[in-house]
Ligand binder design. Structure first.
Ligand code: PAF
Length: 288
């Protein structure tokens, strides 16, 4: 496995290949990321991962400075997973000057849910992912693949639309969320949790599961009863000491609220949630 830190070295390492499959990450890798790498196996002719903590997607009060940087351990895990090339640029390499050109997703997707609570987040994500795509795929003559986890459900949808609307010619592949045996979605931010918080953390997925069950049993009455069901789910989590940002049922197709015209049926909906436990903000989702 080659570890490269410059765009020039990345292009040299990829020159013999025509069809990269790419897993962008911010490092501090866990089994969820390694699952994305294994999803990339068999796609294309070279597997590439990037490790870059992207300042542009963090608000000033967020955890950019404290986000764990664990390059050596990450590379060991990627090598064991059979990754071919790791691109770990410095900030100066990827942002040699202030990034004036930004990729701005449409408000209908970028200002709801995560985007509402983290303004500018998706602009930061789309901008860095576009740059990384340009670094990894610029010389690729064959099919290009990029793998993103479903745990970041909205991010994956935003990036799919970016690739589509900007005619990037990249196939986006979704990787299933990986969970601990007790059901907690794997996340780099789980490492911030104390032992007690770690035990409590799985109640985010349990509450989403209850909300999914209630949404399904509401059937055709869902649009009229949804606000009440969501409030009940938020109250249940609040009573356990969480500070929820949102727990909501959305259409899978566009992440908007289901309305009376939607045929409410399984496989058309997803429940999504974000909530703070102590100082750690966790997100999770479930397709129903
Ligand atoms: O999901 C992530 O880790 C990041 O948002 C990504 C896609 C690597 C962009 O920085």
């Amino acid at each position: 496995m080659k570890v490269v830190h410059t765009i020039a070295d990345l292009r040299a390492a990829l020159a013999p290949f025509s069809s990269p499959s790419f897993v962008p990450t911010m490092g501090n890798l866990h089994e969820g990321h390694l699952h994305l790498m294994s999803t990339a196996r068999g796609l294309g002719d070279v597997r590439v991962a990037s490790i870059f903590v992207n300042r542009l997607q963090f608000a000033p009060h967020e955890d950019f400075d404290t986000y764990p940087r664990t390059l050596e351990a990450d590379c060991a895990k990627l090598e064991a997973e059979g990754c071919d090339v790791v691109f770990a640029p410095s900030e100066k390499e990827l942002y040699p000057q202030k990034q004036g050109f930004l990729v701005q997703p449409p408000e209908s997707l970028a200002n709801i849910l995560e985007g509402h609570f983290r303004p500018g987040f998706f602009t930061g994500v789309c901008s860095v992912v576009s740059k990384l795509f340009n670094c990894v795929f610029a010389e690729a003559k064959g099919e290009r693949f990029a793998v993103f986890g479903k745990k970041d459900y909205q991010q994956q949808m935003v990036l799919r639309q970016m690739v589509h609307q900007l005619n990037m010619g990249i196939t986006i592949v979704g990787g299933e969320t990986q969970r601990t045996v007790d059901g907690l979605a794997l996340s780099s931010r789980n490492s911030y949790l104390s032992d007690d918080e770690r035990k409590e953390a799985l109640h985010l997925s349990l509450t989403l599961r209850d909300l999914a069950r209630d949404a399904l049993s509401a059937g055709g009455a869902l649009p009229g009863t949804l606000a009440g069901l969501e409030e009940r789910a938020m109250a249940a989590l609040t009573a356990r000491g969480w500070a929820p940002d949102y727990l909501t049922v959305r259409r899978r197709s566009d992440l908007q609220l289901p309305d009376a015209n939607d045929a409410i049926k399984p496989a058309s909906l997803v429940v999504l949630g974000a909530a703070r436990l102590g100082t750690t903000r966790l997100i999770d989702n479930m397709e129903i």
